[in-house]
Ligand binder design. Structure first.
Ligand SMILES: Cc1cc2nc3c(=O)[nH]c(=O)nc-3n(C[C@H](O)[C@H](O)[C@H](O)COP(=O)(O)O)c2cc1C
Length: 187
């Protein structure tokens, strides 16, 4: 499928069917992600796939505990937006999705942040092509998860992608028009 079609079709998915997609599909998507370009070709990414129920549950608990703290201190526009969208500290997608893909970046590599997130973009489109849904979940404090998984201190958790067959009725949100986001020869 053409990239434009995939990009237009992809939407964030926070609800999943209980059926477990084949492990091969998860690996196929990560295979696409690791083809991403990176600063000095350092390939600073690491993908940790979690399908163990206990670990998924524990990661969910740790994230929700940090979300509680985050919601307690958040005010202003962000809180208004979160309320309007119905977001809460509960993140049931973390235990409901058959897989979690945790994406880490190697902080000592050049351009590690930019490179890791380009790989995340590739991963999102590859999952879409395979008929899998996900949400780019960014935990407010990744430290407890890094400790749980005994992550090397040089790596930082960037996102947790819960992955499964989509069951989310939420429509895709609108995007700005092409002419609003692009210009030639001037800003
Ligand atoms: C960098 C980044 C961080 C995000 N963090 C979260 C998050 O922590 N929780 C969440 O539910 N969605 C998160 N999202 C998903 C966005 O809310 C979503 O992509 C956006 O609202 C557009 O929705 P759509 O993709 O369905 O059109 C994040 C997306 C990106 C790219």
């Amino acid at each position: 499928m053409r990239v434009l079609e995939l990009a237009r079709r992809r939407k964030t998915v926070r609800q999943f069917l209980p059926d477990k997609p084949p492990k091969e599909d998860i690996l196929k998507a990560i295979e696409a992600a690791k083809e991403a370009p990176s600063g000095m070709n350092a390939q600073p990414w690491k993908f940790v796939v979690i399908d163990d129920d206990w670990l998924k549950g524990r990661i969910g608990e740790l994230c929700e505990a940090e979300e509680e703290k985050f919601y307690a201190k958040t005010k202003g526009d962000l809180m208004t937006w979160l309320n309007a969208k119905g977001f809460k500290p509960e993140k049931s997608f973390l235990s409901e999705a058959p897989y979690l893909i945790l994406v880490f970046g190697h902080t000592k590599a050049p351009y590690w942040l930019q490179s890791t997130w380009i790989a995340v973009g590739y991963l999102l489109l590859a999952l879409e092509e395979l008929g899998l849904g996900t949400v780019t979940y960014t935990p407010p404090n990744p430290k407890p998860i890094e400790e749980l998984l005994k992550v090397s201190p040089e790596y930082k958790l960037q996102t947790i992608l819960p992955v499964g067959y989509p069951a989310d009725p939420k429509p895709k949100y609108g995007r700005r028009k092409l002419e609003e986001v692009v210009s030639f020869n001037e800003f």
